[in-house]
Design a protein around this ligand. Structure first.
Ligand code: PLP
Length: 433
């Protein structure tokens, strides 16, 4: 592996919400975590990896020029976005005009809604739901109409098209917020599923705001298909929202963008955004995107995906051994969405008690109830593999009450995966040659 995915960045005291937040899941972190356990952040959707040098070098180079007056957006910014989507997702019709800066993906979502719907209007959303959607919709006076995703017989989360249709029809719904890949379930929608959804939206003239912030983190050979690419209707009636922030851990720099093909729709949204005067890019975030969407950035993401796949497999192998925990293998993102209902009932635990037990041994996992379900936990796996292994071992011993011996196969699996051991083995093998 060319890049460093094993160093654990010391984030404490460095303004990271992941470890510096005082209260999580309703528990004071300082009071809850027992002595002897360091913190393993496994909640908010950011990563515990250092960013690649292509980002820091590009930003540092700009810092060498110590002048930060009003600036123009460089063509390189637009070119980088176009090239990225062409190379990563096979999309070649993005032009400079179709791209527009968004001050955070949720900022873009709210601006689009303000243009598309009067306050009090109804918005179709899938549930489970990313909590950011729930907050911004409620805080801006919109009504959420949820259509539940359902698990099929293989345990795969699916859209319920007939339920969606009923809700759109009954509620006269004209706007849907679509999450692709889906947070928190990790579903990467297939072309067929997207086409079916697009047909349904077309039948009822629904405009789609498609949040594709996770589109670069696609696992196990799945493929992301941008919603606007699945039909002519979708092309003309979708606001696609993207960012390098999930892919490269740049949320603190802010820098999302939209792709809107329909000039009328685009013009309305951009006019609204211009009028607010709130939607301007930071010059350093422009350089961060240019550095990220580069050849080296692409190589880094390819390696990152392998690490995330290892972490998912490691976690699922462990979780399979815990009676009463149900979890699906995500096809994208770095999140696991655990259903702990049976476990809690068997062990006479409330979800709060279970969350607290994990936190006591330093595992900062996240209450999943605000996303959906009554006994759910969201677990972020974007950390060096040895940290995920450590978290699973602590949970096994102190929370799930499993005997140490049950972790043996897992430990040997980790030994095989451990990048340091792999490096030593490679060196040993090349000595033999
Ligand atoms: C689906 C989804 N959309 C949006 C966001 C937040 O994006 P931003 O910080 O750019 O508003 C997140 C963050 O986790 C997310 O998971």
């Amino acid at each position: 592996m060319k890049f460093d995915f094993t160093t654990v960045p010391e984030r404490k005291g460095k303004d990271a919400i992941a470890v510096d937040i005082p209260v999580l899941n309703g528990f004071d972190i300082n009071e809850t975590v027992k002595p002897g356990f360091d913190l393993i952040p496994m909640w908010v959707a950011d990563m515990n990896f250092v960013v690649p040098a292509c980002i820091t070098d590009t930003v540092s180079e700009r810092l060498e020029h110590p002048s930060f007056g009003y600036y123009l957006i460089r063509d390189e910014y637009y070119d980088s976005i176009q090239r990225w989507h062409e190379e990563r997702h096979g999309i070649s019709d993005i032009t400079k005009e179709t791209i527009g800066y968004e001050n955070g993906l949720l900022g873009g979502l709210v601006s689009s809604l303000k243009v598309l719907l009067p306050e009090g209007g109804k918005v179709l959303l899938h549930s489970p739901t990313y909590i950011g959607f729930t907050h911004v919709l409620k805080d801006n006076g919109y009504k959420i109409v949820s259509s539940e995703l359902v698990k099929d017989q293989d345990g795969t989360w699916r859209m319920d098209l007939s339920d969606m249709e009923k809700k759109i029809k009954d509620g006269k719904i004209k706007v849907a917020v679509f999450c692709s890949p889906h947070n928190p379930t990790g579903r990467v929608w297939s072309r067929e599923e997207l086409e079916q959804a697009a047909e349904l939206f077309e039948r009822y003239s629904v405009t789609v705001i498609s949040d594709e912030i996770w589109s670069d983190l696609i696992l196990f050979g799945n493929r992301h298909i941008p919603f606007a690419s699945v039909s002519k209707y979708a092309h003309n009636n979708t606001v696609e929202l993207y960012a390098p922030s999930k892919t490269f851990n740049l949320a603190g720099l802010i820098g999302s963008y939209h792709v809107i093909y329909n000039p009328k729709l685009r013009n309305k949204i951009e006019t609204y955004e211009k009028a607010t005067s709130y939607n301007s890019m930071n010059v350093l975030s422009m350089y961060a995107l240019i550095g990220a969407y580069s050849e080296e950035g692409a190589e880094w993401v390819d390696d990152l995906i392998h690490v995330l796949e290892e972490n998912v497999d490691l976690a699922l192998n462990a979780l399979k051994k815990v009676p009463g925990i149900a979890v699906e293998r995500p096809q994208g993102t770095y999140m696991l969405f655990l259903d702990c209902k049976e476990f809690c009932e068997k062990n006479e635990l409330t979800l709060d008690e279970l969350l607290k037990k994990g936190m006591e041994v330093g595992v900062l996992w996240q209450d999943g109830r605000p996303f959906g379900g009554t006994y759910t936990i969201r677990m972020n796996l974007a950390s060096p593999t040895h940290r995920i292994h450590e978290a699973l071992k602590r949970l096994g011993k102190h929370v799930w009450g499993l005997p140490e011996s049950i972790w043996e196969p897992l430990t040997s699996m980790w030994e095989a995966f451990n990048p340091w051991n792999m490096f030593l083995k490679k060196a040993e093998d090349s000595d033999k040659d």
